[in-house]
Design a protein around this ligand. Structure first.
Ligand code: AMP
Ligand code: MG
Length: 387
């Protein structure tokens, strides 16, 4: 058994799995890319004409007969006669064999023997390669264009579109599967028989996580190892993290640690010197998935979820604020006690309760205070229950 502080230290060192989500490219501004974006072809994909004008092979001539017109969006034009020119538009493929593009402002078109001709009237010499955006010069096919982790802005959207990506994989909060266990537990919309109780744990966890923006999926399973293994395995296909409630203590039907081990989870800790919530079990798998198995008593579940799971998933330290608490029970010699407190004009007072199964007497609690083992004073650290 470890202390609460040691348990939390182990959680600080435990990486929160990162989730990802596919969203439409047009919805992706401001999100973080979860994959590299690479060039699916050369950029530009062909020698691209950069000016309206003509393309020529013979750059030393001043006059050329016109062999045709090449527009953007047309397949490549073959300039067969090395002494002629092709009229050309911005964005067109450079005609095969052409050496340079001359912009229209430096040209004069005329007729010679009833054939169209063009003359260079500019003063500067024509340079080989001028106004040709060379194939692959911006990026060759396969080159990484935007690394994962980059925040998506307008340029990233345009580049993604250029390589044919219409849905982008972006970072998301990890997805969380919530599984309650117990033969006695029934859904909340059913009338319980005398030996049954309605499930309050999983919906409490779901409600809080949803409010915090997490995607969750909730299931219930009976205390039967094969059924537990199947439901957990199914949820692990889609979820990054599992929160389980019940079946983790020392009872004859507490199968959860064994089931998690069978599914490949390695225990990080099991049992903390605290009350409630002593049996908390946390483990990780080699694929990065994390499981928190919380004891099923509603207050044990609430405490473990609030004090361990939420700070871990949000990567925050425990609070350091303290409050003076009156009407405290006697501190336990060995266990930290988590106490429901209600704020009052002097600080706070502890609420009477009937143990970890007593959800009802927590209704007026504002916070969970930490009463250390063997504590003398009444100045206690506390976790607010406000969201
Ligand atoms: P366990 O941790 O499975 O031994 O369960 C301890 C106690 O918690 C049982 O007596 C159950 O009545 C109660 N409990 C377990 N799961 C839930 C749940 N989902 N909702 C409410 N109470 C529960
Ligand atoms: Mg149980």
């Amino acid at each position: 058994m470890i202390t609460p502080t040691d348990a939390f230290q182990l959680l600080i060192d435990l990486p929160v799995p990162s989730g990802s989500q596919k969203i439409a490219l047009e919805d992706s501004i401001g999100r973080i890319l979860a994959v590299d974006i690479c060039a699916d072809r050369d950029f530009p994909p062909f020698h691209r004409v950069m000016m309206d004008g003509i393309a020529v092979q013979d750059i030393h001539s001043r006059e050329w007969p016109l062999a045709g017109i090449a527009y953007a969006g047309e397949p490549v034009f073959h300039l067969e006669n090395s002494s002629s020119a092709v009229e050309i538009m911005t964005g067109a493929m450079l005609p095969e064999n052409a050496q340079a593009v001359i912009n229209i402002e430096e040209l004069e078109f005329f007729q010679h023997e009833e054939k169209p001709w063009v003359r260079h009237i500019g003063t500067k010499a024509i340079e080989k390669g001028q106004f040709i955006h060379q194939k692959g010069i911006d990026a060759p096919v396969g080159q990484m264009l935007i690394p994962k982790g980059k925040k998506i802005g307008p340029v990233e959207v345009a580049i993604a579109a250029s390589v044919g990506i219409s849905t982008s994989l972006v970072e998301a909060l990890p997805s969380i599967g919530i599984i309650s266990t117990g033969d006695e537990i029934i859904p909340i919309d059913q009338q319980p028989l005398p030996h049954q109780i309605r499930s309050s744990n999983s919906i409490m966890i779901e409600a809080v996580l949803k409010q915090k923006g997490f995607q969750t999926e909730k299931k219930h399973v009976l205390d039967e190892p094969a059924a537990m293994e199947k439901i957990l395995a199914d949820l692990l296909d889609s979820q990054d993290i599992l929160i389980l409630t019940g079946g983790v203590s020392a009872g004859k039907k507490d199968f959860m640690p064994g089931v998690l081990a069978k599914l490949g989870f390695e225990k990080i800790f099991h049992k903390i010197a605290q009350k409630p919530g002593k049996p908390l079990w946390v483990g990780k798998r080699s694929d990065g998935k994390i499981a928190f198995a919380l004891p099923g008593n509603p207050i044990s579940t609430l405490t473990c979820f609030w004090v361990y799971f939420l700070p871990w998933i949000h990567q925050v330290r425990w609070p350091t604020n303290t409050i003076s608490v009156s009407q405290l029970p006697k501190s336990n010699p060995n266990l930290v006690q988590w106490i429901p407190i209600q704020f009052d004009s002097n600080g706070a007072h502890a609420l009477r309760n009937n143990g970890s199964g007593d959800l009802i007497n927590w209704a007026s609690a504002n916070a969970i205070a930490c009463l250390p083992a063997n504590q003398e004073g009444n100045e206690l650290m506390y976790f607010s229950l406000n969201l």
